[in-house]
Design a protein around this ligand. Sequence first.
Ligand code: KG4
Ligand code: ZN
Length: 344
Amino acid sequence: MAIVLGIESSCDETAAALVTAQGEIVAQRIASQDAEHAPYGGVVPEIAARAHADRLAPMIEAVMQDAGLELSDLDAIAATAGPGLIGGVMVGLVSAKALAMAGDVPLIAINHLEGHALSPRLADRDLEFPYALLLVSGGHCQILRVDGVGQYRRLATTIDDALGEAFDKTAKILGLGYPGGPAVEKLALEGDAAAVPLPRPLVGSGEPHFSFAGLKSAVLRAKESGQYADADIAASFQQAAIDCIEDRLRVSLDAMGEVGSLVVAGGVAANRSVRASLEALAEAHGMRFVAPPLALCTDNAAMIAWAGVERLGSGQSDPLDVAARPRWPLDPDAEPVRGAGYKA
Ligand code: KG4
Ligand code: ZN
């Protein structure tokens, strides 16, 4: 049975995992760098790269030992080759290249976003193409139509901040620390989502793109006004974000043509209120709703190994001189959008 080693190091999680062609996660390790970055309220690229370099090799050794495998037993080594913080990406990709060369095993360079995009098929082996994908993480906020491995049509992206970034900044404004998403979600449970009037940027616009910079500024003004309880701000922010997602998704679904399932992936997919609203939206559209378990939503190596399994299945691998890419859009044909902080 084919087995693929996956390596992830594009942001602040160092991870290694072994996944079979049947979608069994045989072994996995993951180390978060939250403690290292917490004093800065966000990920510091240089600290991240060093932490990946310290941790990755022993972690790969550990998963291989857990599974009782030698390098030569692997069918492929899949590593994130971008997009992401380039120092960290290099650590993972160079390690993968060295192991591929030493074990004479094919190398597969994975787009991190493709890892997220295909992870729901690892979680749910019945999920078939095509599906609508909402990809919401710290660095990305996109709506895609997924027609197959390597076949992605981007309908929407953010013209400024990603949704996870908006959660993280809201957390920072409220003094909740890093990472912000889970902290905002927890505090929101105690608040009134109607208490603070906040904008819903781009809601009602005919193009399905996202914008969260104005919402973030409004959160800052609400906090500085001293008029509102932090829990009410958190709850109102989360509701505003959810209203944006629902509206933008409706526009995208209308433009995308027939798809059977609505799928959510990326770190923000861990948010239970976001999930609940998406589930209701899918039901209203007569679609299946698929969300990977929480551990597969945030960055992990099993999704990278799985993307490797999918690529291997379609006969693909990469040369050992494949380059790491700080930017790497899933849909290179997507129309560029206006906005200063446009993210591919
Ligand atoms: O996919 P991910 O682990 O890394 C990136 O590729 O960005 O996503 C991390 C992002 C962070 O912005 C984090 O605050 C957000 O996902 N996040 C959440 C939750 N858990 C993680 N946002 C809202 N609610 C959560 N429960
Ligand atoms: Zn990610």
